[in-house]
Write a protein that binds this ligand. Structure first.
Ligand code: 5GP
Length: 199
């Protein structure tokens, strides 16, 4: 067969949505997942109006933008989803998600519950969308972890805790719920889910 007639049948990548309340450890789970080359992941960097925390880098942790810039991105239709979270806006740039999935990469979104609702309804019927909720062993343990992290003022911590409770109520919209009691076990569980859906 002449070379020009060969079409490589590349499987479109998965879209993996991972959520969970503040302090549950999803950032750490994400870093572990991205390290595992078998998972073939592309982490979608979100856009936010929140200020960078110490050590956070523009373009790898988030794209840090002004409220004006964020609103322009919404108006221009550049976001797959967006939501407000404790006084700031967070959203997923649309262009890379599609491009990377078409290249066969599995795209990982780490977003909150309202944004997940938007993605699930926009991509209804797409069998390659996976939603995973990382849950804390208990609300008391979550509170201890958030306070232990203490990168934010008490006022913000209180708002985040209130929001956590609301998020936990919405976990039923997810296909999988994984409890992060032991980090290594939680990471293994999430990897197993992704690998099973890659087959
Ligand atoms: P943090 O300020 O702790 O980095 O993030 C606050 C919350 O916003 C977390 O639950 C995080 O998962 C969520 N988040 C981060 N990026 C996005 C995004 O692009 N869209 C939505 N809807 N939530 C996001």
């Amino acid at each position: 067969m002449p070379h020009s007639n060969i079409i490589r049948n590349m499987k479109r990548g998965l879209l993996i949505i991972m959520s969970g309340p503040s302090g549950v450890g999803k950032g750490t789970v994400r870093l572990e997942l991205v390290k595992d080359k078998k998972l073939n992941l592309f982490y979608s960097v979100s856009m936010t109006t929140r200020s960078p925390r110490p050590g956070e880098k523009d373009g790898s942790d988030y794209y840090f933008v002004s409220h004006e810039e964020f609103d322009k991105q919404i108006d221009d239709g550049n976001l797959l989803e967006w939501a407000e979270f404790v006084g700031n806006k967070y959203g997923t740039p649309k262009d890379k998600v599609e491009a990377k999935r078409n290249e066969g990469k599995n795209v990982l979104l780490e977003i909150e519950v309202k944004g997940t609702g938007q993605v699930l309804s926009k991509l209804q019927g797409d069998k390659d969308v996976i939603s995973i909720f990382i849950a804390p062993p208990s609300i008391e343990e979550l509170e201890r972890r958030i306070r232990g992290r203490s990168t934010e003022p008490d006022e913000v911590i209180k708002k985040r805790l209130a929001r956590c409770k609301a998020e936990l109520e919405l976990k039923s919209q997810y296909e999988y719920i994984v409890v992060n009691d032991d980090l290594a076990e939680c990471v293994e569980e999430v990897k197993k889910i992704i690998l099973s859906r890659m087959k």
